[in-house]
Design a protein around this ligand. Structure first.
Ligand code: HEM
Length: 457
């Protein structure tokens, strides 16, 4: 056990109010997610909640969250009930394994997702994004979260498998991922009795997962037989070697990594972009500034890596979207031994969680946290705590898809801003709803073709 420092005397871990029989705090967490998470900060740096009857230690303090993810991460592994359930879905993918196995997979996979490798895929990604965005119809509203999922899945499939994936297979990937995304949180975090009663949903989930694994298995077999026919990052995965040992990945390992990556792409970047469209469409000044920056930087040309790097204000908008709207809001860890976290004694074999939403809405770190304000990220803005900004996590488990996500999201906003003016379609109020991410429910956007500017029709 780690010992408290002189300043960190032992502190009590309170239990949050509202613990319901059989449900614990699960009802509040699912039905009033953001309000519930916001309320936890008042209990101090660590607070206990119950998911059904399962205790979970929520770390609410930004500095303690950073310690869990970085300096003290050796005490906080992936695992516990949530981690074990995730492993049933993703197998031994990089997101569900620990220790040497995790370090080895990161060593092999990291180079395939670094900035320059992803930059080399900008053109194919842009074509995939453009293919969808240019197909929008004047004045015809679309459901933002579903459409942005499609755009991001198309961009990622092109990056992963190359631009030659047939359209029906892309469509099937998209449908399978939607079914999986609807079930992941239920399968991993919801009380186990809740899962037992959802027989039909579970059957659909299992069928979708089996089919996804079958398709990936076929692609691996085809790629092994004719490596020149495989494309994108997938081709590189088939050939990748551990730089320390020279060993490649087995087919089973590649399949688990591909399922992990597709699973992680299925919702998070689409959700972030949907919230971005929400903010851009309802804030005329933000829309005008994004459009003017895209016109100046890209001048009607297809954006390339250097253009994306120059989209400073657009990047601030996306940075603020991921501060204010997530998309991730709850990630879990598991203690292998008792841990002293800043004076809070967390027992061994305990489920621990951290939340981007809690950290990103801490008024001590981000003043006036409920205000959407991209300007707080401008280089000359007075104070912003970048070290407490963690949409992609921190430390050894920091998101592998971060560079891909930034490139794909900037490309998408640039492609949209060059062609379309966005208008909120106000038939229903937009509500944040928790699934794997916090999604904008009933967010409908109406595109109108731009009549001026270098990219106008
Ligand atoms: C806006 C989009 C995304 C966001 C906000 C996001 C967020 C995150 C976060 C917060 C973590 C850390 C979880 C933890 O601490 O337990 C993570 C891990 C991970 N993400 Fe992402 N992610 C995004 C997109 C992607 C994409 C497109 C991929 C596809 C390659 C991806 C692959 C992964 C993987 C493999 C891990 C596990 C890393 C490990 O445990 O070593 N993510 N992501």
């Amino acid at each position: 056990m780690t010992s408290p420092t002189a300043q960190e005397s032992t502190r009590l871990i309170p239990v949050a109010r509202g613990n319901l029989p059989a449900l614990g705090h699960a009802y509040h967490l699912w039905r009033h997610t953001l309000e519930f998470l916001d309320s936890l900060r008042a209990y101090g740096g660590v607070v206990r909640i119950n998911i059904g009857t399962l205790p979970m230690y929520m770390v609410t303090d930004p500095e303690l969250t950073r310690r869990v993810l970085t300096s003290e991460s050796r005490h906080f592994e992936t695992g516990g009930r949530m981690g074990d359930n995730l492993a049933l879905i993703f197998g031994s993918g990089v997101g569900t394994i620990n220790g040497d196995g995790h370090r080895r997979q990161r060593r092999i996979l990291q180079p395939l997702f670094n900035r320059s490798y992803i930059a080399a895929h900008t053109d194919v990604m842009r074509d995939a994004v453009r293919g969808r965005v240019s197909g929008w119809r004047e004045g015809i509203p679309f459901e933002a979260a579903a459409e942005m999922d499609r755009v991001m899945v198309a961009a990622f499939l092109t990056t992963l498998f190359g631009p030659t994936l047939p359209a029906p297979r892309e469509e099937e990937f998209y449908r399978l991922l939607r079914t999986l995304m609807k079930g992941v949180m239920r399968k991993t975090v919801a009380p186990s009795w809740a899962n037992r009663v959802m027989v039909t949903a579970n059957r659909e989930f299992d069928r979708a997962l089996a089919r996804l694994r079958q398709i990936i298995g076929d692609l691996i077999r085809e790629g092994r037989q004719s490596p020149e026919a495989a494309g994108g990052v997938f081709r590189a995965m088939l050939a990748a070697r551990d730089p320390d040992t020279g060993a490649g990945m087995t087919d089973a390992q590649i399949a688990d990594e591909a399922v992990t990556m597709l699973g992680t792409t299925g919702e998070a970047p689409g959700t972030a972009l949907a919230w971005a469209l929400h903010e851009i469409s309802r804030n005329p000044d933000i829309q005008r500034r994004v459009r003017s920056e895209v016109d100046t930087v890209c001048g009607g040309r297809p954006p390339g890596p250097a253009d994306l790097a120059a989209l400073e204000y657009t990047r601030c908008v996306l940075t603020e979207v991921m501060r204010h709207h997530g998309p991730g809001y709850l990630f879990t860890r598991w203690t292998t031994a008792p841990v002293d976290l800043g004076g809070y004694l967390i027992p061994a074999h305990a489920n621990v969680a951290y939340s981007q939403y809690i950290v990103h809405h801490d008024p001590a770190v981000f003043p006036d946290p409920q205000r959407f304000d991209p300007d707080r990220w401008l280089p000359d803005a007075p104070t912003v705590s970048r070290s407490s900004y963690l949409p992609f996590g921190l430390g050894s488990r920091q998101c592998l898809g971060e560079n891909f996500s930034w490139t794909a999201m900037l490309l998408t906003v640039a492609e949209i801003a060059a062609r379309w003016d966005l208008h909120p379609h106000r038939s229903r109020p937009v509500k944040p709803v928790a699934s794997t991410t916090v999604r904008p429910h009933h967010l409908t956007i109406t595109p109108r073709a731009r009549t001026t500017g270098p990219g106008a029709a």
